[in-house]
Write a protein that binds this ligand. Structure first.
Ligand SMILES: Cc1ncc(COP(=O)(O)O)c(C=O)c1O
Length: 440
């Protein structure tokens, strides 16, 4: 009720601002007018802004027990295991494996899926290095698909890239926005291909009411500083499949499968495998235990702020927002507008900066096929298997392989959200957008 009144007040204020600006048009700061804010507004790191006595108590527990290793110590360690239990419950999956980074989580997922030489993995052309690197580290071939106006992988592009060697689709939910999972899951099931959801940038978001990470065969998350909840570094792998969990857990711990994890799945089914060490330590486990209990609070705050911003600009002429496959489920990490072309978008970004409201192009990812080391097909060793298959030899990367991706990322600009933005901050963002939004 209180929220509804607040919302009405906010819309009224935004409307008043429009009327005011419609009379004598306010001079934009970029043209010498007074900026909306005296000092720049800054979005912060979400999870760490919520650190309080809860995280402190968890870390102190580990220090005082002198028990920082997840499997044994002077006292029975509990933090990482408890975090896994609560994270799995929150994501509505049967199993969760805490690891040392999102990149490590991707590598565990590759091992769980038994991705290797000769296999092809379809991933979006616009995503983080880790996705491409995990495929290379597995010895497989990364095949880049175009994105669509959601900034996520375009289902039509996936269909065109499938071959008999395609083993996995990476559905990367970027900047808080769920992929079109209905289409991706339908394509995967038609071609009998597995789906990995990379939720590194979208922990806490959902698709049609289901937490991201729970829809595909495996979901992964990052707990690095820029993410919804954080211990500085860390990652999680989730799945409902006990066999995938066992393979991921073994890969993360040199190939072994410890008793507490055996208990979770009801016993080991495999022998010793090869693996690396991606274990999480108890300090991180403790911090993450406190953080996962705050996830819903953080998500509600950032989503609420993004919705207020949408409300405040909804009536702008010819407004085209980023495509949201599930507007209810997105995190609201940023509110992005399509300016039709790069130069208009750049003018908007510069004008917003002058108002002391930083606005940016979509971020947090790279256009993989345009990176020189990728165009040069560099790997770890000259005989690395990734580019030795027929298709690996033939594949080309480069800007001409992802023109749609480059075009989309050039014409969108927007404002990043923060769960701790105050009402005044949101008023200022709305005011600035309305002031400089190009009407032509
Ligand atoms: C889409 C995506 N996947 C994976 C990762 C890797 O996570 P980490 O930095 O924890 O290794 C990131 C990190 O930003 C990411 O954005």
């Amino acid at each position: 009720m209180k929220q509804a009144i607040e919302r009405r007040k906010f819309i009224a204020a935004a409307a008043a601002a429009t009327t005011a600006s419609a009379a004598p048009a306010e001079i934009a700061a970029i043209d010498g007018g007074t900026p909306v804010r005296a000092t720049p507004l800054k979005a912060g790191y979400w999870g760490t802004q919520y650190y309080d006595e809860k995280e402190r108590a968890e870390v102190l527990d580990v220090l005082e027990a002198k028990s920082p290793f997840r499997w044994y110590g002077t006292q029975t360690p509990t933090k990482v295991l408890q975090f896994e239990k609560e994270f799995a419950a929150r994501m509505q999956t049967k199993f969760a494996l805490a690891v040392s980074s999102g990149t490590g989580a991707l590598q565990c997922a590759m091992a769980a899926f038994e991705i290797g030489p000769g296999d092809e993995v379809i991933l979006p052309a616009w995503t983080w290095h880790s996705c491409f690197n995990a495929v290379i580290l597995a010895g497989a071939l990364p095949v880049c698909a175009e994105i669509d106006d959601s900034f996520n992988i375009d289902p039509d592009s996936i269909e065109r890239l499938i071959t008999p060697h395609t083993k996995l689709i990476m559905a990367v939910h970027l900047q808080g926005n769920p992929c079109n999972m209905d289409r991706i899951l339908a394509i995967a099931s038609k071609h009998k291909i597995r789906v990995l959801e990379d939720c590194a940038q979208s922990a806490g978001a959902s698709y049609r009411g289901k937490p991201l990470g729970s829809l595909g065969d495996i979901g992964i998350y990052s707990l690095q500083l820029n993410k919804t909840i954080s211990a500085g570094e860390g990652g999680v792998v989730v799945t409902n499949d006990p066999a995938l969990f066992e393979r991921a857990a073994r890969f993360h711990d040199l190939g072994g499968f410890r008793a507490p994890h055996q208990q979770v799945v009801g016993g080991a089914k495999l022998d010793w495998l090869f693996g690396a060490n991606f274990r999480m330590n108890e300090f991180s486990g403790g911090v993450m235990l406190a953080q996962v209990r705050k996830l819903d609070r953080i998500v509600a705050a950032v989503r609420g702020n993004a919705r207020l911003l949408y409300e405040g600009i909804r009536d702008l002429p010819n407004l085209k927002l980023r495509l949201l496959p599930d507007p209810q489920g997105e995190l609201g990490s940023g509110v992005f507008l399509d300016f039709g072309n790069k130069s208009r978008c750049d003018r908007f970004l510069a004008a917003m900066k002058a108002e002391n409201i930083p606005a940016s192009k979509p971020g947090g990812s790279v256009i993989l096929p345009t990176l020189p080391h990728i165009m040069a097909k560099k790997t770890i060793h000259p005989n690395w298997p990734s580019f030795h298959s027929e298709r690996g030899k033939a594949i080309r990367y480069g800007p001409d392989t992802c023109p749609k991706t480059i075009d989309i990322l050039g014409r969108y600009g927007g404002v990043l959200m923060d769960p701790k933005f105050l009402r005044q901050d949101l008023d200022d963002i709305v005011k600035a957008i309305r002031k400089v939004y190009p009407s032509a």
